[in-house]
Design a protein around this ligand. Structure first.
Ligand SMILES: CC(C)(COP(=O)(O)OP(=O)(O)OC[C@H]1O[C@@H](n2cnc3c(N)ncnc32)[C@H](O)[C@@H]1OP(=O)(O)O)[C@@H](O)C(=O)NCCC(=O)NCCS
Length: 167
C-alpha cells in the first residue's frame, strides 16, 4: 500500500522524534524540530503514514532571506527523514512534492535546502540558484528552488538561519 501524506499533528510529536532519531542516528534533528515548533517558525510539517505507522516526516520553516535589498519569503527544508526499512521506495519524493505544494499555498517564494547533491536536484533544487546567497554553507550541498520564478534573481543575497538550528 502506498500510504498517505498528511499534516503532522501535535499528538505525533513523540513518534516523529523517534523517526528522526532512527533515520539520523542521533538527537540533533530531534532538537531542531522541537525548537522550530517552540519558536513558531514551522510553515509546513507533513508525515507519511502506512498502515497506521508513521514512516516519513518533512518540515519546512521560515528562513529570513534577502536578495539585493529585498526580502524573499523563503523556507528552509530541514529536516526530512524516512524510516530505515522504508527508504528508496519513493516516500521521500512524495513528501517533498507534497511539501512544495503546501509551501506554495503558504505563500513561500523559494525553498532552501542543505542536503545530498544527488537527491534534491531531481525535485528542481539547484546549487547555482543558491550561489549568490551568503550563508554558513556553500558549494553543491547548499541548494535553492524558486516557487515563484525570479524570486532569488539578483547579485547579493543572504539567508539567516534562526537560533533553532543551533548553528
Ligand atoms: C534522504 C531520505 C529522506 C530519502 O528518502 P527516501 O524515501 O529513501 O527517498 P526516495 O525513495 O524518494 O528516493 C531515493 C533516492 O534517494 C537517494 N538517497 C538517499 N539517501 C541518500 C544520500 N545520503 N545521498 C545521496 N542520495 C541519497 C537514493 O540513492 C535514491 O536514489 P535513486 O532513486 O537514484 O536510487 C532518506 O534516505 C533518509 O531519511 N535518510 C536519512 C536521513 C537524511 O539523510 N535526511 C536528509 C537530510 S538532507
Amino acid at each position: 500500500m502506498a500510504g498517505a501524506i498528511r499534516a503532522a499533528k501535535p499528538a505525533d510529536a513523540e513518534v516523529i522524534a523517534a523517526l528522526n532519531r532512527a533515520a539520523f542516528g542521533g538527537e540533533d534533528e530531534v532538537g531542531v524540530v522541537e525548537r522550530l515548533r517552540r519558536d513558531g517558525l514551522v510553515a509546513v510539517e507533513l508525515v507519511a503514514e502506512r498502515d497506521g505507522t508513521l514512516i516519513g516526516h518533512i518540515l519546512l520553516s521560515w528562513l529570513p532571506t534577502m536578495m539585493d535589498g529585498r526580502a524573499v519569503k523563503a523556507l528552509a527544508l530541514a529536516p526530512m527523514a524516512v524510516l530505515p526499512g522504508y527508504q528508496k521506495q519513493g516516500i521521500g519524493g512524495r513528501l517533498i512534492a507534497a511539501a512544495l505544494d503546501e509551501a506554495k499555498a503558504a505563500g513561500a517564494e523559494a525553498v532552501i535546502v542543505l542536503g545530498h547533491p544527488d537527491y534534491y536536484p531531481r525535485f528542481g533544487f539547484s546549487a547555482a540558484l543558491a550561489r549568490n546567497l551568503a550563508s554558513p554553507f556553500s558549494g553543491e550541498v547548499f541548494m535553492a528552488l524558486e516557487l515563484v520564478p525570479g524570486a532569488l534573481a539578483g547579485e547579493r543575497g543572504s539567508v539567516s538561519y534562526p537560533a533553532a538550528f543551533g548553528l
